[in-house]
Design a protein around this ligand. Structure first.
Ligand code: ZN
Length: 142
């Protein structure tokens, strides 16, 4: 129970104070995704420099899980090499789909999202921003 409370606190903190969040005008969004099941909307923009993710900004109108997950993503990605980020994001998404365990030390705050796996319909909420960044990286490379 204690642990659940802790996770709840991490999630709420990211939900109430999403990292990397700012208003992104539609024209500036590299990716604009909607999840009709839940009503989540994620707009995202990013910058890459020398093979690294230099900056990620998110504009989320969504549920707590979607917002918290986007915040954790936006906090983690900047500064990472694109290839390393891709490996990490892939492992996270697979973990959320129940196919893989990622060590807690690697997860950091993301450990708070593991419980979402019990609710398959919400897994999309927790992975939406991650897919959005992947799409943005594809666009930036093109
Ligand atoms: Zn949602």
């Amino acid at each position: 129970m204690q642990l659940d409370d802790l996770y709840q606190e991490i999630l709420l903190d990211h939900y109430k104070h999403p990292r990397g969040a700012r208003a992104i005008p539609d024209a500036e969004a590299l990716v604009d995704e909607e999840n009709p099941t839940c009503g989540d909307r994620v707009k995202l923009t990013a910058r890459v420099e020398d093979g690294r993710i230099a900056d990620v900004a998110i504009d989320v109108a969504g549920c707590a899980i979607c917002t918290a997950s986007a915040s954790m993503m936006a906090e983690r990605a900047p500064g990472m090499e694109i290839a390393a980020w891709r490996r990490f994001a892939k492992a996270f998404v697979e973990m959320m789909r129940g196919g893989l365990e990622v060590p807690e030390a690697t997860l950091g705050d993301l450990v708070a999202l593991r419980g979402v796996r019990q609710y398959p319909i919400r897994v999309k909420c927790a992975t939406m921003a991650w897919h959005a960044l992947e799409k943005a990286l594809e666009k930036l490379r093109a």
